[in-house]
Design a protein around this ligand. Structure first.
Ligand code: ADP
Ligand code: MG
Length: 724
């Protein structure tokens, strides 16, 4: 079958696909968390004493004793076996951003051939996969490979049902034999504690006597694309790299804005319902779903949870989205920019901090100017974004996200913070040394008696900001759709810990001088705003003007690529930030730079190889076949004395030659190996390799628009985006 015949067959299969009907979803209370070993289940299964111990660990982070762990392990095993699981697996989150699992059976047998199931506290608590087989940034050599997975009792275990059986999944941290973090969970938990400690200090200084353990919360909105598997499987670039490395823009893109919040196509809705069913069963509170801006693009958001649990649930959501797509004949693309020329996908990480005694400390209430705790925590975020903008940029850096940031649809690569008019005004007053009051949104009265007037939000939204206050939380909007939320959460919690520490020191000094609380808070925040107010920006982040004033007048950094962003991990201010808060040691931080740099380099090289491969083995043959057809036709026509216009023939010939010349250059460029430093290697990928890939693509895309459709081997944008 030629390439173009496979295309036709794929379309035929999609059109003749048996339609699945949208079923009534299962009653929520029948399925909610049935496959999760939550605190509610533990309360039923454990003794009062054991349950109380686990609950305390979950709420305050204190250690669980070995005897209780044994009791929990036994109860967890019985529960899992009753659900049909014969295996258990420690689930952990290596630095690659993936989810890793290692399965073990509950079964043990004796010499007489008798088999029983066994699961002790020590098996629950600790596993030992090979620490060197995951990227560890030189922390572990292959000859000293021991690594441990250790149970995190604060994140509920759950059952995964797959075709090949059911498995008890136990969320774990992953550390080296020498105790260094090899994963994304350890730093998140440490950053949470650092933030809690510093926050408690501030609250105590503010006269709060009863202060429960602070925790950060996260609700992550996930964008993704769905493409029919018949078509996607004919695109090796999409299947291997997650994005189209070639593809001329389709005449119809998103220019009519007809997809955003449009009716969800039936086949997609069936898929979404299947997703929600699975998410509910493992205790993930999926809450919103809608069409996104680009054709074929959708979004899912859960209700927010404690950051550590939300992060595990986010990883699991991505797995379920991908796995379930296969069952429905789709491929779920989580890449940040699967298709050039239309919007890419992001993951908005909504984040707040709070506790059970003071509530959400980023909730301003009705009178923000009176809410001193809020002002201090919000001020701490402003200082953090200003001081650590480059770090926030580094934690969202990836080869995929580079295509999206700064393009005209996603936040710019300059980190600033949007507060909304009301809060911005309050901080402006503070900067000027007096605090009179807060504006409010007023009442929205349409003057239509049928429409009930309502209280307006005190600030508008600003979708051009990478980091926006949205009423009772911050929304980090520049995160990429494929990325783990852990890096961003770690950066936010850590910068907050540092800033709250600074605020506590300053407050303490002013209070010791005899100032009253309000005066002290205003004095400290005035200083903070004078030094760091430059990070606050309420205007259009997409505009040309902002790109100049941000850098020239405000001293903010515009950091366009991953190659420019990752070196922030080596800045002394960042090393000190992580070391002083106890979140990452200098060795652990250095290992992260190494792993992320390698991931970026490997991604670019893989893409470049795919570019040369597809151009040579798919596009070149189609183009030359077309040339040969045209040449034959032209020759016969000339023989017959009929005029033949050679312009297409000449264009295809010249574009084919130029494409292959660029392919030849790219193949040589990929081979280079000797680099003076990682930084040099990163820049080489971002500039030399990427620009040649773009050059090959531009010729190939011109060919796509000029070669006969009947011999074009790759499914086209309009087919992948619109045929479902
Ligand atoms: P929008 O698209 O309007 O930004 P969504 O409803 O799609 O909003 O997503 C908002 C996300 O923010 C949800 O996951 C929601 O649960 C979460 N969220 C709401 N309040 C908080 C909070 N205080 N802290 C963290 N996340 C929150
Ligand atoms: Mg949002």
């Amino acid at each position: 079958m030629t390439g173009s015949e496979s295309r036709a067959q794929a379309i035929h299969q999609i059109i003749n696909r048996e339609s699945t009907s949208v079923k009534k979803p299962k009653a929520f209370d029948k399925i909610w968390a049935t496959d999760a070993f939550t605190l509610v289940k533990m309360e039923e299964a454990l003794s009062k004493k054991a349950y109380k111990a686990v609950k305390k660990t979950v709420e305050t982070g204190v250690a669980l004793d070995a005897a209780t762990a044994d009791v929990v392990a036994a109860a967890m095993k019985d529960w899992a076996i009753s659900k049909g699981a014969n295996f258990f697996s420690h689930i952990f989150y290596p630095m690659t951003g993936a989810t890793a699992e290692k399965h073990d059976g509950f079964i043990i047998s004796d010499a007489s051939g008798k088999a029983i199931t066994e699961f002790t506290g020590s098996l629950l608590i600790k596993g030992e996969p090979d620490g060197s087989s995951f990227p560890n940034g030189s922390i572990r050599m292959t000859n000293s490979a021991r690594g441990y997975t250790v149970w995190d009792p604060t994140s509920p275990a759950y059952i995964m049902h797959r075709d090949n059986g059911s498995t008890l999944c136990i969320p774990c941290v992953f550390i080296s034999w020498t105790g260094e973090a090899l994963d994304k969970k350890v730093p998140l938990m440490r950053s949470n504690s650092a933030m809690a400690k510093a926050g408690e200090r501030v609250l105590k200084l503010m006269g709060e006597e009863n202060v429960a353990t602070l925790n950060s919360s996260c609700g992550a909105e996930q964008e993704y694309f769905l493409v029919d598997a018949n078509l996607a499987s004919l695109r090796p670039d999409l299947m291997i790299t997650g994005r189209t490395l070639f593809g001329a823009e389709s005449a119809k893109g998103q220019q009519f804005d007809d997809h955003y919040f449009g009716a969800i196509p039936k086949r997609v809705q069936v898929y979404m319902q299947a997703i929600e069913d699975k998410l509910y069963r493992v205790g993930i509170p999926a809450k919103t779903r809608h069409n996104e801006v680009a054709p074929g693009q959708f979004e899912l958001a859960p209700y927010y949870e404690a950051a550590n649990v939300a992060a595990d649930h986010q990883q699991l959501t991505m797995t379920i989205l991908k796995d379930t797509a296969k069952e429905h004949g789709f491929v779920c693309l989580m890449h940040e920019k699967p298709f050039a020329g239309i919007n890419g996908s992001g993951k908005h990480v909504n984040w707040s901090v709070g506790n059970s005694t003071q509530g959400n400390l980023l909730d301003p209430g009705n009178n923000p100017h009176d809410n001193l705790n809020f002002l201090l925590f919000c001020g701490a975020v402003i200082r953090g974004v200003h001081l650590h903008g480059p770090l926030l940029r580094a934690v969202i850096a990836s080869a995929g996200n580079d295509h999206r940031l700064g393009a005209n649809e996603a936040p710019p690569a300059i980190l600033s913070v949007y507060l909304g008019s009301q809060i911005e005004d309050v901080f402006e007053q503070i900067k000027n040394g007096k605090l009179d009051g807060s504006t409010d949104g007023g009442i929205m009265d349409l003057g239509l008696s049928q429409i009930i007037p309502f209280a307006k939000d005190p600030g508008d939204r600003n979708r051009t900001s990478p980091f926006a206050f949205t009423g009772n939380r911050f929304e980090f909007r520049a995160v990429g759709s494929e990325q783990s939320v852990n890096g961003p959460l770690v950066a936010m919690n850590t910068m907050l810990a540092d800033s709250l520490g600074w605020i506590a020191d300053e407050l303490e000094a002013v209070l010791n001088d005899g100032a009253d609380q309000t005066t002290a808070v205003i004095a400290v925040l005035k200083k903070l705003m004078t030094e760091h107010g430059n990070a606050v920006f309420g205007g259009d982040g997409y505009s040309e003007e902002w790109h100049t004033t941000a850098v020239d007048d405000r001293g903010l950094k515009n950091i366009p690529t991953t190659a420019d962003a990752l070196p922030a991990y080596k800045e002394s201010s960042v090393v000190e930030l992580f070391e002083s808060t106890g979140v990452l040691s200098p060795l652990e931080l250095a290992s992260r730079f190494e792993v992320y740099a390698e991931q970026y380099i490997e991604t670019i090289i893989l893409e470049a190889k795919m570019v040369t491969d597809i151009a040579t083995t798919k596009i070149y043959p189609a183009a030359t076949q077309y040339l040969s057809d045209l040449a034959l036709t032209g020759a016969s026509m000339t023989d017959l004395g009929v005029d033949f216009d050679k312009s297409i023939l000449e264009l295809v010939a010249s574009e084919t030659n130029s494409m292959m010349a660029a392919v030849a250059k790219l193949s040589t460029v990929i081979e280079k190996e000797d680099f003076g430093s990682d930084e040099e290697h990163l820049q080489y990928c971002a500039n030399d390799i990427r620009s040649l890939m773009d050059e090959v693509r531009s010729h190939a895309d011109t060919l796509e628009m000029n070669v006969s459709d009947s011999i074009w081997p790759l499914p086209k944008y309009q087919e992948m985006l619109f045929i479902k």
